[in-house]
Design a protein around this ligand. Structure first.
Ligand SMILES: Cc1ncc(COP(=O)(O)O)c(C=O)c1O
Length: 448
């Protein structure tokens, strides 16, 4: 029996003799699979092998990558940029690209990683989960454990449902609000992922769906009041990404809370980036404004695919009247990763450290910009999630390429994220790389 050795692993008793019918069906040679995995190289034909990774990616992935923010044009500002695009290793805050070049990373997987890449405790918990089988037809007890722990940490959380992506968790939050209120219109401010309900500008979304979503500007009290008044008794939810480049005014957030309560709509916070970062329990724990429902993800499982919709008991129970379900929603690997992340947050003030580390990163970069005399660049945002603001997109692209050539990766047009892995050495290297890139940029500007 070709698969005997594999199936025998983990079985306590001797396997029954193989059925002829089963062995007749087996045609795969296990050793060939092992050989390919051990070589570390998938089989590609010779022509493909000669092409660089980006050419191959563009041939088989419509955008060149499955994540919009990882397209070359998103990374650097233009499709013909020279910066690195694919990694072979990410450990701590250090990334190695497919050509073997090393970088100190400030992007931290779009905020999905706050401890550091391949953090050993998370990796151990994940390896244990894998060794015991990461999924079966029954639920994993870790689902209950992690849900209980989230309820103890997140102010609005009485109940939890796990999903895999942030977009799914926000879609579930809105579905729950619509079910509970029996209304359809949602007012939103922020980015909530790619799904139809909030894609008011994307192609391929029915007009009817777009009509049920009204976007309002961040931190604009008058716009929010107007939208709520126009929505009348159709308003199911006000969905807010609470931090966009800066903290919102207390007025705006409190007004959103009051208006939702007054109209009987649900207040939803999207805590994808703020959860496990500003405070473990998210912006709501930081600012002391409690929504009815919230969605978490990203740093909650330090880069493993897990998201959660959490909220008030009565609202969350409305999910029993509709249908929200995912085959791999309660899959063990991501839950084990979340358990390890929660242990980190139990053991110390992870978020406090992220604020301190982020403040130091911002300080050294501000200093490097000032020392270089280069203008048109500023460090903005808040300490745990900060960004570089450029007046000129062409100079932004050139700076990002130069920084990469000096061994530092920064995110274009979006946040860089502080991580525990940004230790003193890494911060000094980031400072040096940024300074060298700025000097090169200044010299290039001068020679024009
Ligand atoms: C605030 C916010 N909400 C939702 C999402 C979507 O999350 P995902 O990409 O995991 O679906 C993101 C992703 O960047 C986000 O930043």
């Amino acid at each position: 029996m070709v698969f005997r050795r594999f199936f025998d692993r983990g079985s306590k008793e001797e396997s029954p003799p193989a059925q002829d019918t089963v062995s007749d069906m087996e045609t795969t040679d296990e050793s060939a699979v092992e050989e390919e995995l051990e070589s570390g190289e998938p089989e590609v034909d010779a022509e493909q092998d000669d092409a660089d990774i980006l050419t191959r990616a563009r041939a088989v992935l419509p955008m060149g990558t499955s994540t919009g923010s990882k397209r070359v044009e998103a990374l650097y500002g233009s499709a013909d940029s020279t910066g690195p695009t694919h990694f072979s290793q990410a450990v701590g805050c250090r990334v190695v690209d497919v050509d073997g070049n090393e970088y100190v990373d400030c992007t931290m997987a779009l905020g999905a990683v706050a401890l550091g890449y391949a953090e050993p405790n998370v990796s151990r918990a994940v390896a244990d989960a894998i060794a015991n089988g990461n999924v079966c037809g029954l639920a994993d007890a870790r689902e209950v454990d992690v849900a209980e722990r989230l309820c103890g940490i997140i102010p609005c959380a009485d109940k939890v449902q796990f999903l895999k992506s942030g977009a799914e968790a926000m879609a579930a939050a809105v579905r729950i609000a619509r079910t509970y209120t029996a209304r359809d219109l949602v007012i939103g401010s922020g980015y909530f992922g790619w799904l139809d309900w909030c894609s008011d500008e994307a192609a391929g979304v029915p007009k009817k769906t777009k009509d049920d979503f009204r976007r309002v500007a961040f931190d604009d009290v008058a716009a929010l009041e107007r939208a709520v008044s126009e929505a009348g008794d159709r308003l199911a939810a006000i969905a807010i990404e609470p931090v966009v480049e800066r903290m919102p005014s207390t007025d705006w957030i409190q007004r959103a809370r009051e208006l939702a309560t007054k109209t009987g709509a649900a207040l939803i916070f999207d805590e994808m980036k703020t959860g496990f970062r500003l405070k473990t329990g998210g912006y709501q724990a930081f600012a002391d404004v409690v929504p009815d429902i919230a969605a978490f993800g990203k740093a909650m499982a330090n880069g493993f695919p897990l998201a959660a919709v959490v909220g008030d008991r009565d609202l969350m129970d409305a999910s029993r009247k509709t249908w929200i379900s995912s085959t791999l929603g309660g899959e063990s690997v991501a839950l084990a990763a979340a358990g390890a992340v929660l242990a980190w947050h139990d053991a110390g003030d992870v978020c406090g450290s992220l604020w301190t580390i982020g403040a130091e990163l911002r300080r050294v970069l501000t200093g490097a910009i000032e020392a270089s005399g280069v203008d048109g660049i500023a460090v903005d945002g808040i300490d745990p999630m900060w960004f570089l603001r450029f007046d000129d997109p062409a100079r932004e692209q050139r700076f990002l390429e130069l920084a990469a050539s000096h061994g530092v990766l920064f995110k274009r047009g979006a946040y860089n994220f502080a991580a525990l892995a940004h230790d003193e050495d890494a911060i000094r290297e980031i400072e040096r790389g940024a300074s060298s890139a700025l000097v090169d940029l200044r010299d290039e500007d001068a020679s024009r």
